[in-house]
Design a protein around this ligand. Sequence first.
Ligand code: ATP
Ligand code: MG
Length: 465
Amino acid sequence: MKNKITILIIASIATVIALSGIQAYLVESAYQLKKTAFLQETNDAISDIDNHPELDSLMDVLAEDLRDNLGDYKNERITKPEVIQKLRIKSDSINIPYMQRYDKELKTIDLGYKIRYKREISSVVLFNGKQTDTIFPIPTIKDGAILGEKFDNKDSHTIKTSRTFTEFSYYVTGENDSIYSKALDVEIKTKDIILITDWKSIVFRRLATLLVCAVLLFLFVVGLFYYSIKTLINQKKITEVKTDFINNITHELKTPLATLGVASKSLKNKEIRNSAEAFDHTLNIVDRQNTRLQKLIDQVLTNSLSANDIVLSKDTVVDNEYFEDLIADFKLSTQQRHLSIINNVCAEEVLLRIDTFHFTTALFNILENAVKYGNDQTEIIIETSLKGNEYKIEITDNGVGIATEDIAQIFDKFYRVSHGNVHNVKGLGLGLYYTSQIVNAHKGKISVQSELEKGTTFIILIPIN
Ligand code: ATP
Ligand code: MG
């Protein structure tokens, strides 16, 4: 059984880990999908912006300037880097109208979040038959930004690329100062880049419901596993306790029944019937065993009541007198010869409101245990004190003590500390259960402190009005 539970716990933990792995993977995929969808959405919304004629014509101005520069480059009037530098000077001059136009278009689209944008040249290559000449990018100039805002490309997104392949002509001065035109092919690649400053938080916000559901579901599954396993362990404990109880009660019933059997056989014996003394003696045995059986059954019956079912009929008693009587009665009832009870009841007289019948039985159970689980020289100290609104009763013995792992359970119904499977002292495990129920019914608290081989102290606190 224990092995099965361990396997179950391990399997549950493994399942939870696997489930959380799958869930993390699904959430990550959902995040990627949402991100792509969001970027696509932004892309679709702004893709038509540069179809505006005003922006087109500004681009035409730049294209023309680039062609002029390329002509100058071919005539060796400027160097390669200067082609782009000169283009930059031109683009700076048209950037303000370009941005104004772009911002205006963005406003009409009304995305609901802020974007920054720029256009970059990614390459300019001249073709002459099979020969190519790369004007841009070159080692000295890598940044191709020409229009729009200035920002770092980290975290930005390219939303559009374009490639134009055109023929352009330029004039060359030939021999005899003759001027003629020459044609060349040029390939220009550009890209439009945007930066959505808070795209991460926007995507997360869109994922919020999914994330919250995933976390809740995960917690729910973990809770469910925890609850199931806890219930299983509890059930197992209850089964064990019940088996124990059945063993104990069988054991307890056997002795009086066997004695009764022997007694009834003796009563059939003529010799015994003829002797009045022997007859009385046997009858007394029958009587005692009968009482014992009755007590046992009563004990089981009383203990099926819970604290709420117990009806108290309270009396007012003076603590000193009450404890004096209690000690005297207990000494009479026990057969332990070497028993000393030290009475340390607090000096000042306190009036207690208790149900004397139940409360006495409750304290008797503790005292009986002190004798049952004590050694040959049992010493019990009963100490009381007044703490604010509470009356504190401490009952200390010098017995075998209770191990820390058992302390939490000794007030449970039928719980007995097992020494292997053998209980060398008789009992049903009901005494302390009853005591705790009675203390609770008095709105009090009971606790225990113990050290193995040293002894045990039961502490009862009951409120005083
Ligand atoms: P019952 O009182 O029903 O005849 P019991 O004495 O076994 O049976 P409880 O009085 O409820 O049952 O006690 C529960 C268990 O707590 C006991 O089996 C015993 O192992 C342990 N215990 C209780 N009191 C003491 C004590 N003073 N010293 C050591 N162990 C104790
Ligand atoms: Mg007991």
